[in-house]
Design a protein around this ligand. Structure first.
Ligand SMILES: Cc1cc2nc3c(=O)[nH]c(=O)nc-3n(C[C@H](O)[C@H](O)[C@H](O)COP(=O)(O)O)c2cc1C
Length: 380
């Protein structure tokens, strides 16, 4: 198999990647508590993956109210920025680039996880599931943000970007996927506002575009990226017409010269979703068939493809110019050296250990060996 295209230098906005391999954003919950400060273990974990052209960090919260994962590294205090700086410096030193995934969880959290406060959202609609991160309690009805409060949240994203810049990140990726705040505004299952932030696809896209514009005030558009999962069902999400939404949104983003848009096809987060035979809504794969090719038609800039992509599909997507680069999630957990394995045609480690995704310190986090370490261990 000729994989050479995956090792071409790739320009994504202002970022020059040494290859087309990207570490997908992965929450691993190893930051110091209670201050959510990135630590030395995280320095080791991220810098182990420097053979990838670009690393996207775990989703990083912009305020105390904006997170649901204890142990995700935050980006709203100087101390957190200093912790991230150590991660960034180590990754740069080993020759890769790193962007912070910037995040607000919105309604996807229980009061017990955020000091008893009520979560926020575009509309007072709760996720119709129980929260496995909060003793399986039902999700609460979020407080519907006023227009003034929306403006404040946009400023929190901007402040997060300023701290990310201070930490030395090469840019930021806005988390617009997986049922968190931006995605909650985008989709009509969670956004039933009647003001300028709800209703039409133009209005539902407004919050996302305002946040992107605020991030670009800090980094410039060519160091800002955004991730979407328009058909994903994680966190109880649904949109009645995701194709129309993406046609408008990607059209608007085409005017902005972003570093890239990362598209997550529905798939791997099914790890977390129980099959519900009562769900009579249109299945995700039927909402946008031929996902990447369809969405490519709406976007003029760089696309990064994600979700269940193996090397063969990565080659097809990049050779056809459907995607300029590919992000890998679970494969980058068990293969810190994935690009090197592919280049040398070495075996890819297919281990999936869900027990250590979110817990376990170094176990399942920094102890996956590179291929060369693995061979040395087995031959000694
Ligand atoms: C343990 C774990 C943590 C994740 N954390 C995030 C996250 O912080 N932000 C995000 O956008 N997606 C997150 N995802 C989704 C992944 O980025 C990716 O979209 C998913 O794993 C599918 O890609 P893959 O098939 O290459 O693994 C997570 C997935 C897993 C398995």
């Amino acid at each position: 198999m000729d994989t050479s295209i995956l090792f071409q230098e790739t320009q994504l906005g202002a970022l020059k990647l040494k290859n087309k391999f990207i570490v997908a954003p992965l929450t691993r919950m190893r930051a110091d508590q209670p201050d959510m400060v990135p630590n030395d273990l995280m320095v080791e974990y991220y810098s182990q993956r420097a053979s990838f052209g670009l690393i996207l960090t775990e989703c990083s919260q912009i305020s105390p109210l904006s997170h649901c994962f204890p142990g995700s590294g935050g980006i709203f205090t100087e101390e957190q920025a200093q912790g991230w700086k150590k991660v960034v410096d180590a990754v740069h030193e080993k020759g890769s680039l790193i962007m912070l995934q910037i995040w607000h969880n919105g309604r996807a959290v229980n009061p017990s996880q955020i000091g008893g406060q009520q979560p926020i959202g575009p509309s007072p609609i709760a996720i119709d599931q129980n929260n496995f991160l909060a003793n399986n309690e039902p999700y609460p009805v979020p407080h519907e943000l006023t227009i003034e409060e929306i403006k404040e949240v946009v400023q929190q994203y901007k402040r997060g970007a300023e701290l990310a810049k201070q930490a030395g990140f090469d840019g930021v990726e806005l988390h617009g996927a997986n049922g968190y705040l931006v995605d909650q505004f985008l989709r009509d299952g969670s956004n039933q506002r009647t003001d300028i932030y709800g209703g039409s696809v133009q209005n539902r896209s407004r919050f996302c575009l305002e946040v992107i514009d605020a991030l670009a005030e800090v980094f410039g558009y060519d160091r800002v990226a955004v991730r979407f999962s328009p058909t994903g069902r994680y966190n109880g999400q649904y949109d009645s017409n995701p194709l129309a939404l993406m046609e408008y949104l990607l059209g608007e983003l085409s005017k902005r010269n972003l570093a890239f848009v990362e598209l997550k096809r529905h798939g791997a987060l099914e790890y977390f979703i129980k099959n519900n035979s009562e769900d009579k809504r249109i299945p995700p794969a039927q909402q946008i068939p031929d996902f990447f090719n369809q969405l490519r038609k709406f976007y003029q800039g760089n696309l990064v493809a994600n979700d269940g992509i193996k090397i063969e599909e990565a080659l097809t997507l990049t050779t056809s110019n459907t995607a300029q680069a590919i992000s890998f999630g679970v494969l980058s957990i068990s293969n810190p050296d994935l690009p090197i394995r592919v280049k040398n045609n070495w075996e890819i480690n297919q281990t999936i250990d869900k027990n250590t995704w979110f817990f376990g310190g170094s176990k399942g986090y920094t102890d996956f060996p590179t291929y060369e370490q693995q061979i040395n261990v087995s031959s000694s």
